[in-house]
Design a protein around this ligand. Structure first.
Ligand code: TXA
Ligand code: MG
Length: 342
Protein backbone atom coordinates (compact mmCIF):
# COMPACT_ATOMS: atom_id res chain seq x y z
CA UNK A 1 0.00 0.00 0.00
CA UNK A 2 1.48 3.31 -1.13
CA UNK A 3 0.81 5.99 1.50
CA UNK A 4 -1.42 8.85 0.27
CA UNK A 5 -0.44 12.47 0.89
CA UNK A 6 -3.66 14.37 1.64
CA UNK A 7 -3.71 18.12 1.04
CA UNK A 8 -5.73 20.49 3.23
CA UNK A 9 -8.77 20.12 0.92
CA UNK A 10 -8.92 16.42 1.70
CA UNK A 11 -9.50 16.52 5.45
CA UNK A 12 -12.85 14.73 5.03
CA UNK A 13 -11.10 11.86 3.25
CA UNK A 14 -8.45 11.66 5.95
CA UNK A 15 -11.15 11.68 8.66
CA UNK A 16 -13.01 8.88 6.85
CA UNK A 17 -9.85 6.77 6.83
CA UNK A 18 -9.52 7.26 10.59
CA UNK A 19 -13.17 6.27 11.07
CA UNK A 20 -12.45 3.14 9.03
CA UNK A 21 -9.73 2.18 11.50
CA UNK A 22 -6.81 3.22 9.28
CA UNK A 23 -3.69 5.12 10.33
CA UNK A 24 -3.32 8.73 9.17
CA UNK A 25 -0.41 10.99 10.17
CA UNK A 26 -1.40 14.53 11.06
CA UNK A 27 0.34 17.91 11.49
CA UNK A 28 0.64 19.74 14.80
CA UNK A 29 2.60 22.85 15.74
CA UNK A 30 5.28 20.65 17.38
CA UNK A 31 5.89 17.54 15.24
CA UNK A 32 3.76 15.27 13.02
CA UNK A 33 1.71 12.66 14.89
CA UNK A 34 0.71 9.14 13.86
CA UNK A 35 -3.07 9.13 14.17
CA UNK A 36 -5.60 6.44 14.93
CA UNK A 37 -9.10 6.46 16.42
CA UNK A 38 -8.38 6.31 20.18
CA UNK A 39 -11.62 4.37 20.77
CA UNK A 40 -10.75 1.62 18.26
CA UNK A 41 -8.43 -0.89 19.94
CA UNK A 42 -7.39 -2.61 16.69
CA UNK A 43 -6.50 0.71 15.10
CA UNK A 44 -4.43 1.72 18.15
CA UNK A 45 -2.56 -1.59 18.06
CA UNK A 46 -1.53 -0.86 14.47
CA UNK A 47 0.16 2.36 15.65
CA UNK A 48 2.63 0.38 17.79
CA UNK A 49 3.33 -1.96 14.88
CA UNK A 50 3.90 0.78 12.33
CA UNK A 51 6.33 2.64 14.60
CA UNK A 52 7.99 -0.42 16.07
CA UNK A 53 7.08 1.05 19.45
CA UNK A 54 7.28 -0.98 22.69
CA UNK A 55 3.75 -1.67 23.94
CA UNK A 56 4.39 -0.32 27.46
CA UNK A 57 4.87 3.20 26.11
CA UNK A 58 1.50 4.99 26.34
CA UNK A 59 0.09 7.27 23.64
CA UNK A 60 -1.07 10.87 23.84
CA UNK A 61 -4.78 11.39 23.17
CA UNK A 62 -5.43 14.42 20.95
CA UNK A 63 -8.69 16.28 21.55
CA UNK A 64 -10.46 19.29 20.05
CA UNK A 65 -12.21 20.45 23.24
CA UNK A 66 -12.13 20.26 27.02
CA UNK A 67 -15.51 18.47 26.79
CA UNK A 68 -13.77 15.65 24.97
CA UNK A 69 -11.33 15.34 27.89
CA UNK A 70 -14.27 15.11 30.29
CA UNK A 71 -15.44 11.93 28.58
CA UNK A 72 -12.22 10.10 29.39
CA UNK A 73 -10.71 11.74 32.51
CA UNK A 74 -11.93 10.73 35.96
CA UNK A 75 -11.91 14.43 36.85
CA UNK A 76 -10.24 17.63 35.74
CA UNK A 77 -8.59 19.33 38.74
CA UNK A 78 -9.03 23.11 38.95
CA UNK A 79 -5.34 23.77 38.27
CA UNK A 80 -5.50 21.63 35.14
CA UNK A 81 -8.51 23.64 33.95
CA UNK A 82 -6.57 26.86 34.45
CA UNK A 83 -3.68 25.52 32.39
CA UNK A 84 -6.02 24.31 29.63
CA UNK A 85 -7.59 27.76 29.52
CA UNK A 86 -4.22 29.48 29.26
CA UNK A 87 -2.25 27.13 26.98
CA UNK A 88 -4.78 25.23 24.83
CA UNK A 89 -4.67 24.96 21.94
CA UNK A 90 -0.91 24.64 22.34
CA UNK A 91 2.17 22.60 23.17
CA UNK A 92 1.21 21.41 26.65
CA UNK A 93 0.19 17.78 27.22
CA UNK A 94 -1.62 17.15 30.51
CA UNK A 95 -1.72 13.74 32.22
CA UNK A 96 -4.85 13.02 34.26
CA UNK A 97 -6.36 9.97 35.93
CA UNK A 98 -8.41 7.95 33.52
CA UNK A 99 -12.13 7.30 33.80
CA UNK A 100 -12.00 3.52 34.29
CA UNK A 101 -13.04 1.57 31.22
CA UNK A 102 -13.18 4.63 28.98
CA UNK A 103 -10.07 3.95 26.87
CA UNK A 104 -8.28 0.68 26.18
CA UNK A 105 -5.08 -0.56 27.86
CA UNK A 106 -3.46 -0.29 24.48
CA UNK A 107 -3.77 3.50 24.65
CA UNK A 108 -2.52 3.86 28.23
CA UNK A 109 0.14 1.13 28.17
CA UNK A 110 -1.69 -0.32 31.18
CA UNK A 111 -1.33 2.84 33.33
CA UNK A 112 -4.27 4.33 35.24
CA UNK A 113 -3.57 7.73 33.73
CA UNK A 114 -3.90 9.21 30.27
CA UNK A 115 -2.16 12.10 28.49
CA UNK A 116 -4.32 14.73 26.74
CA UNK A 117 -3.21 17.27 24.15
CA UNK A 118 -5.15 19.98 22.30
CA UNK A 119 -2.82 20.79 19.39
CA UNK A 120 -2.55 24.25 17.86
CA UNK A 121 -3.22 23.14 14.28
CA UNK A 122 -6.44 24.13 12.55
CA UNK A 123 -6.38 21.24 10.02
CA UNK A 124 -5.89 18.68 12.78
CA UNK A 125 -8.63 20.18 14.95
CA UNK A 126 -10.91 19.88 11.90
CA UNK A 127 -9.74 16.30 11.40
CA UNK A 128 -10.63 15.37 14.99
CA UNK A 129 -13.98 17.15 14.68
CA UNK A 130 -14.85 15.33 11.46
CA UNK A 131 -13.70 11.98 12.80
CA UNK A 132 -15.82 12.66 15.90
CA UNK A 133 -13.39 10.81 18.19
CA UNK A 134 -10.13 11.61 19.97
CA UNK A 135 -7.03 10.59 18.02
CA UNK A 136 -3.99 8.92 19.53
CA UNK A 137 -0.78 10.37 18.24
CA UNK A 138 2.75 9.45 19.05
CA UNK A 139 5.33 11.24 16.93
CA UNK A 140 5.07 9.78 13.41
CA UNK A 141 8.65 8.47 13.19
CA UNK A 142 10.15 5.02 13.39
CA UNK A 143 10.77 4.42 17.10
CA UNK A 144 14.19 5.76 18.15
CA UNK A 145 14.61 8.15 15.20
CA UNK A 146 14.23 11.95 15.34
CA UNK A 147 10.61 13.09 15.35
CA UNK A 148 9.20 14.21 11.97
CA UNK A 149 8.76 17.93 11.32
CA UNK A 150 7.61 17.57 7.70
CA UNK A 151 5.23 15.26 5.82
CA UNK A 152 8.30 14.04 3.86
CA UNK A 153 9.96 12.87 7.10
CA UNK A 154 6.83 10.85 7.89
CA UNK A 155 6.74 9.44 4.35
CA UNK A 156 10.40 8.45 4.63
CA UNK A 157 9.79 6.41 7.80
CA UNK A 158 6.27 5.07 7.28
CA UNK A 159 5.51 4.86 3.54
CA UNK A 160 3.64 1.63 2.91
CA UNK A 161 2.80 1.17 6.58
CA UNK A 162 0.06 3.78 6.96
CA UNK A 163 -2.94 4.89 4.90
CA UNK A 164 -2.11 8.58 4.59
CA UNK A 165 -0.44 11.78 5.73
CA UNK A 166 -2.25 15.10 6.07
CA UNK A 167 0.35 17.60 4.82
CA UNK A 168 0.45 21.11 6.29
CA UNK A 169 4.09 21.90 5.54
CA UNK A 170 6.90 22.12 8.10
CA UNK A 171 5.91 22.36 11.78
CA UNK A 172 6.56 25.62 13.60
CA UNK A 173 7.90 24.57 17.02
CA UNK A 174 9.87 21.47 16.04
CA UNK A 175 10.25 19.83 19.47
CA UNK A 176 7.49 17.78 21.05
CA UNK A 177 5.03 19.16 23.59
CA UNK A 178 5.74 19.69 27.26
CA UNK A 179 4.39 16.67 29.18
CA UNK A 180 2.99 17.65 32.58
CA UNK A 181 1.78 14.99 35.00
CA UNK A 182 -1.23 16.33 36.93
CA UNK A 183 -2.50 12.95 38.11
CA UNK A 184 -1.27 13.70 41.67
CA UNK A 185 -1.32 16.79 43.91
CA UNK A 186 2.24 17.58 42.86
CA UNK A 187 2.39 18.48 39.18
CA UNK A 188 5.66 17.48 37.55
CA UNK A 189 7.11 18.08 34.09
CA UNK A 190 8.12 14.71 32.59
CA UNK A 191 9.31 16.14 29.26
CA UNK A 192 10.31 19.78 28.65
CA UNK A 193 8.82 21.56 25.64
CA UNK A 194 7.90 24.99 24.34
CA UNK A 195 5.52 25.68 27.24
CA UNK A 196 8.18 26.23 29.91
CA UNK A 197 8.30 25.57 33.65
CA UNK A 198 8.10 29.34 34.22
CA UNK A 199 5.05 29.59 31.91
CA UNK A 200 3.26 26.91 33.91
CA UNK A 201 4.32 28.32 37.28
CA UNK A 202 2.97 31.74 36.32
CA UNK A 203 -0.48 30.11 36.31
CA UNK A 204 -0.46 27.43 39.06
CA UNK A 205 2.60 28.17 41.22
CA UNK A 206 5.62 26.00 41.93
CA UNK A 207 5.98 22.64 40.11
CA UNK A 208 8.71 20.01 39.74
CA UNK A 209 10.84 18.97 36.82
CA UNK A 210 11.82 15.34 36.42
CA UNK A 211 13.28 14.41 33.09
CA UNK A 212 16.93 13.77 33.91
CA UNK A 213 18.84 10.51 34.03
CA UNK A 214 16.03 8.08 33.75
CA UNK A 215 17.88 4.78 33.92
CA UNK A 216 16.70 1.53 32.41
CA UNK A 217 16.38 -0.21 35.76
CA UNK A 218 13.88 2.16 37.34
CA UNK A 219 10.37 2.59 36.06
CA UNK A 220 10.29 6.10 34.63
CA UNK A 221 7.16 8.18 35.05
CA UNK A 222 7.00 8.81 31.31
CA UNK A 223 7.74 5.35 29.92
CA UNK A 224 8.97 6.83 26.64
CA UNK A 225 11.92 8.53 28.34
CA UNK A 226 13.79 5.27 28.94
CA UNK A 227 14.25 4.36 25.30
CA UNK A 228 17.03 5.44 22.94
CA UNK A 229 15.82 8.50 21.13
CA UNK A 230 16.37 10.94 18.30
CA UNK A 231 19.48 9.09 17.26
CA UNK A 232 20.82 9.23 13.70
CA UNK A 233 23.28 6.54 12.56
CA UNK A 234 26.22 8.95 12.84
CA UNK A 235 27.60 9.83 16.28
CA UNK A 236 26.43 13.27 17.42
CA UNK A 237 28.76 15.49 19.50
CA UNK A 238 27.49 18.46 21.47
CA UNK A 239 29.62 21.56 21.02
CA UNK A 240 29.32 23.44 24.29
CA UNK A 241 29.19 27.21 24.52
CA UNK A 242 32.75 27.40 25.85
CA UNK A 243 34.21 25.16 23.14
CA UNK A 244 36.19 26.80 20.33
CA UNK A 245 34.69 26.23 16.87
CA UNK A 246 38.12 26.64 15.26
CA UNK A 247 39.30 23.63 17.26
CA UNK A 248 36.26 21.74 16.04
CA UNK A 249 37.19 22.57 12.43
CA UNK A 250 40.76 21.43 13.02
CA UNK A 251 39.53 18.13 14.38
CA UNK A 252 37.21 17.65 11.40
CA UNK A 253 40.04 18.31 8.92
CA UNK A 254 41.96 15.37 10.41
CA UNK A 255 39.12 12.87 9.94
CA UNK A 256 38.86 10.51 6.98
CA UNK A 257 35.07 10.90 6.71
CA UNK A 258 32.57 13.72 6.24
CA UNK A 259 31.30 15.54 9.31
CA UNK A 260 27.98 17.38 9.50
CA UNK A 261 28.19 20.79 11.21
CA UNK A 262 24.97 22.08 12.75
CA UNK A 263 25.35 25.63 14.03
CA UNK A 264 23.69 29.04 13.85
CA UNK A 265 24.31 31.56 11.06
CA UNK A 266 26.65 33.59 13.19
CA UNK A 267 29.00 30.68 13.80
CA UNK A 268 28.77 29.43 10.21
CA UNK A 269 29.89 32.88 8.99
CA UNK A 270 32.87 32.93 11.31
CA UNK A 271 34.32 29.51 10.62
CA UNK A 272 36.06 28.08 7.57
CA UNK A 273 34.70 24.64 6.79
CA UNK A 274 37.27 21.97 5.88
CA UNK A 275 36.65 20.07 2.61
CA UNK A 276 35.20 17.10 4.45
CA UNK A 277 32.59 19.14 6.33
CA UNK A 278 29.02 19.87 5.37
CA UNK A 279 26.99 22.58 7.12
CA UNK A 280 23.39 22.82 8.24
CA UNK A 281 22.16 26.18 9.54
CA UNK A 282 20.24 26.20 12.79
CA UNK A 283 19.05 29.72 11.95
CA UNK A 284 19.38 32.81 14.09
CA UNK A 285 18.26 31.83 17.59
CA UNK A 286 16.93 29.09 19.87
CA UNK A 287 13.45 29.29 18.34
CA UNK A 288 14.87 28.57 14.87
CA UNK A 289 17.26 25.95 16.25
CA UNK A 290 14.43 24.02 17.94
CA UNK A 291 12.37 24.13 14.76
CA UNK A 292 15.32 22.81 12.68
CA UNK A 293 17.13 20.36 14.97
CA UNK A 294 15.35 17.18 13.86
CA UNK A 295 15.48 18.16 10.18
CA UNK A 296 19.27 18.48 10.43
CA UNK A 297 19.72 15.19 12.27
CA UNK A 298 17.56 13.46 9.67
CA UNK A 299 19.41 15.03 6.76
CA UNK A 300 22.71 13.59 7.97
CA UNK A 301 21.09 10.28 8.90
CA UNK A 302 20.27 9.81 5.21
CA UNK A 303 23.78 10.62 4.05
CA UNK A 304 25.81 7.51 4.68
CA UNK A 305 29.22 9.08 4.28
CA UNK A 306 28.55 11.41 7.24
CA UNK A 307 29.95 9.53 10.22
CA UNK A 308 29.87 12.30 12.81
CA UNK A 309 27.74 15.36 13.47
CA UNK A 310 28.79 18.30 15.63
CA UNK A 311 25.89 20.33 16.96
CA UNK A 312 25.75 23.63 18.79
CA UNK A 313 24.57 23.69 22.42
CA UNK A 314 22.23 26.38 23.76
CA UNK A 315 21.73 27.48 27.37
CA UNK A 316 19.48 24.98 29.20
CA UNK A 317 16.61 27.20 30.20
CA UNK A 318 13.23 28.04 28.70
CA UNK A 319 12.91 26.54 25.21
CA UNK A 320 16.66 25.79 25.43
CA UNK A 321 15.89 23.12 28.02
CA UNK A 322 13.66 21.30 25.51
CA UNK A 323 16.28 21.67 22.76
CA UNK A 324 19.12 20.40 24.98
CA UNK A 325 16.99 17.49 26.26
CA UNK A 326 16.54 16.26 22.65
CA UNK A 327 20.13 17.02 21.63
CA UNK A 328 21.51 15.18 24.66
CA UNK A 329 19.51 12.10 23.78
CA UNK A 330 20.53 12.11 20.15
CA UNK A 331 24.17 12.46 21.23
CA UNK A 332 23.87 9.79 23.93
CA UNK A 333 25.32 12.48 26.22
CA UNK A 334 28.59 12.85 24.21
CA UNK A 335 30.30 16.23 24.04
CA UNK A 336 33.00 17.40 21.65
CA UNK A 337 35.04 18.23 24.75
CA UNK A 338 35.04 14.50 25.65
CA UNK A 339 37.29 13.92 22.63
CA UNK A 340 40.04 15.62 24.64
CA UNK A 341 39.74 19.17 23.26
CA UNK A 342 38.35 22.28 24.70
O1 TXA B 1 4.17 17.16 20.58
C1 TXA B 1 3.82 16.02 20.88
O2 TXA B 1 3.55 15.70 22.06
C2 TXA B 1 3.70 14.98 19.77
C3 TXA B 1 2.58 15.43 18.83
C4 TXA B 1 2.30 14.44 17.74
O3 TXA B 1 1.42 15.68 19.58
N1 TXA B 1 3.46 13.66 20.30
C5 TXA B 1 4.41 12.95 20.95
O4 TXA B 1 4.02 11.69 21.36
O5 TXA B 1 5.53 13.39 21.14
P1 TXA B 1 5.05 10.56 21.81
O6 TXA B 1 4.22 9.36 21.99
O7 TXA B 1 6.17 10.48 20.85
O8 TXA B 1 5.57 11.03 23.21
C6 TXA B 1 4.68 11.01 24.33
C7 TXA B 1 5.44 10.91 25.63
C8 TXA B 1 6.15 9.58 25.79
O9 TXA B 1 7.40 9.81 26.43
C9 TXA B 1 5.19 8.79 26.70
O10 TXA B 1 5.86 7.82 27.45
C10 TXA B 1 4.62 9.90 27.57
O11 TXA B 1 4.50 11.02 26.72
N2 TXA B 1 3.27 9.55 28.09
C11 TXA B 1 2.13 9.36 27.39
N3 TXA B 1 1.11 9.01 28.20
C12 TXA B 1 1.61 9.00 29.46
C13 TXA B 1 1.07 8.71 30.76
N4 TXA B 1 -0.19 8.37 30.94
N5 TXA B 1 1.91 8.79 31.83
C14 TXA B 1 3.21 9.13 31.66
N6 TXA B 1 3.77 9.42 30.46
C15 TXA B 1 2.99 9.35 29.38
MG1 MG C 1 8.06 10.21 20.08
Amino acid sequence: METTIYNLNQITKAAQALKDGELVAFPTETVYGLGADATNEDAVKKVYQAKGRPSDNPLIVHVDSVEMVEKYAREIPEKARQLMKKFWPGSLTIILNIKPGSLSKTVTGGLSTVAFRFPNSQPTLELIKEAGVPIVGPSANTSGKPSPTTAQHVYHDLNGKIKGILDDGPTRVGVESTVLDMSTDHPVILRPGAVTKADIESVIGSIDLNHHHVGKSETPKAPGMKYKHYAPNAQVYIVDEDSDWNTVMEWISKQSFTVGVMADENILHQITLPKNADSFSLGKNIVDASARLFDGLRKYDDENQVQAIVTQAYPSHGLGLAYMNRLNKSAGGQHFKDLGFK
